[in-house]
Design a protein around this ligand. Structure first.
Ligand code: IFM
Length: 451
């Protein structure tokens, strides 16, 4: 087995994007509809009422975007593949024009001396599969594995680092329990069921990719540190532990131990149902990841219910005792507290827990686009890169730091109102202008001597 991950001798750098957030061209070259096309068409689902039909038009402008990646000096470009471009109905018929697009994209990445890393699922489930009950249907996991094999068959000679899912917690719990993401279902325990099928999908796909010769198949999780405001309050500590189970341990338990732990099963009895969790499912997931992607933005400070803010995603923790969330200053424009020590802790803990090489697959900040001189974003990136380096010094095997994100883009339920890009995109003519953070990062990468 030969790994193509960054070797870790020094911290590697990359930049990330996702298909629905940047590509646009949702009706082009035979792409089928995804759950995000359907969800965004429903009034009231997205803050500014907009959608990803044009986004950053990167489907047509990817050469320009990759020039920016190369100009940044980043060694890695993390992008996602839109399942409905490749299989418009989710399974069965392959749309070769969709595969052709990613073929050209990968060649264009490599031509610039950058390494591609592809995520197979960044939330754009083909609507045809949602019509059959989406991630609540076990068949979706099988369909995902077939899709993964089709994509790997075409790109696997050049893409060596694969991620199955991006933030499956969001797909499961924001999509099926809280209903704030597509498909917009608010069905409580359905979040747990979706989570199991997402994990199964990961396990099935990882097995197919490994069989096809892939050595570096990972999964990207938005793990989060939860800090009780009063660590001596046993009720609060117990409630926080439940939240941690639904956010973090639901993934790490199966991946590392091949089981859902008892504390999780208390709040998520669905995960003990033999019809849902069948013999062999968890064994398939255990040990299936060669690397772990960690996406980090903010820590979560918990308090007794009513003592602080109700979390906007409170429904995304079905079965848990209620808590409220204390959000300290400074905050980014999306209301997330800035605290880089959460990243340091998370990296140390996740490496210790999994024993896997870890990549920071996303980290970045939303700040209003009033000026291109985004000193606030520079400070955020500087502090979080430093935290990543501290985690490495403490012994965590962290190989790369990947910035979220290259371009101001479609920020899901926030529409275009929250901008995370290090490059500004003018919605009137799609022109791209690097912000001060882009130039700062380019200099930092160049000073570090690695891409
Ligand atoms: O934009 C998202 C991305 O798609 C997944 N991780 C978090 C980012 C910021 O919210």
């Amino acid at each position: 087995m030969t790994s193509s991950l960054p070797d870790g001798a020094s911290l590697a750098f990359g930049v990330a994007t996702a298909a629905y957030q940047i590509e646009g061209a949702t009706a082009e070259d035979g792409r089928g509809p995804s759950i995000w096309d359907t969800f965004t068409a429903r009034p009231g689902t997205v803050r500014d009422g907009r959608d990803g039909s044009v986004a950053c038009d990167s489907y047509h402008r990817y050469d320009e975007d990759l020039d920016l990646v190369a100009g940044l000096g980043a060694g890695w470009y993390r992008f996602s593949i839109a399942w409905p471009r490749v299989l418009p109905e989710g399974n069965g018929r392959v749309e070769s024009r969709g595969l052709d697009f990613y073929d050209r994209l990968v060649d264009a990445v490599l031509a610039r001396g950058v390494s591609p890393t592809a995520t197979l699922y960044h939330w754009d489930l083909p609507q045809a599969l949602e019509d059959l009950n989406g991630w609540l249907n076990r068949d979706t996991a099988e369909a995902f594995a077939d899709y993964a094999a089709v994509v790997h068959d075409r790109l696997g000679d050049r893409v060596r680092v694969w991620a199955t899912h991006n933030e499956p917690w969001c797909a499961a719990y924001l999509g099926y329990a809280a209903g704030v993401h597509a498909p917009g279902r608010r069905e409580g325990g359905a979040g747990h069921r979706a989570a199991h099928h997402l994990l199964l999908a990961h396990g099935l796909a990882a097995a197919r990719l490994h069989d096809a010769g892939a050595d570096d198949v990972g999964i990207v999780l938005n793990l989060a540190p939860f800090w009780p405001e009063d660590p001596d309050d046993p009720t609060l500590v117990a409630a926080t532990d439940q939240i941690d189970a639904v956010r973090n341990r639901v993934w790490l338990g199966p991946l590392v131990d091949g089981r859902y732990d008892d504390g999780l099963l208390e709040v998520a009895p669905e995960l003990a149902e033999p019809d849902l969790v069948r013999d062999g499912d968890l064994a398939l997931v255990q040990g299936s990841a060669d690397w772990l992607g960690v996406n980090y933005y903010t820590p979560f400070r918990t308090a007794r219910p009513g003592a602080a803010e109700t979390h906007p995603e409170a429904d995304a923790y079905p079965g848990t005792s209620p808590v409220s969330f204390v959000v300290r200053e400074p905050r980014t424009d999306i209301g997330w507290e800035v605290d880089a020590s959460g990243l340091e802790q998370l990296l140390i803990d996740s490496h210790r827990r999994t024993g896997l090489p870890v990549l920071v697959t996303e980290n970045g900040a939303a700040y209003p686009d009033v000026t291109l001189d985004d000193q606030d974003r520079i400070a955020y990136l500087r502090d979080h890169i430093a935290a990543t380096r501290r985690a490495r010094e403490a012994g965590a095997d962290v190989r790369a730091y990947v910035v979220w994100t290259l371009l101001d883009n479609f920020e899901w339920a926030e529409g275009y109102t929250k901008t995370f890009g290090i490059v500004h995109v003018d919605p009137r003519d799609q022109s791209r202008t690097p912000k001060a953070s882009f130039h700062w990062l380019a200099e930092h990468i160049s000073d570090s001597g690695v891409g």
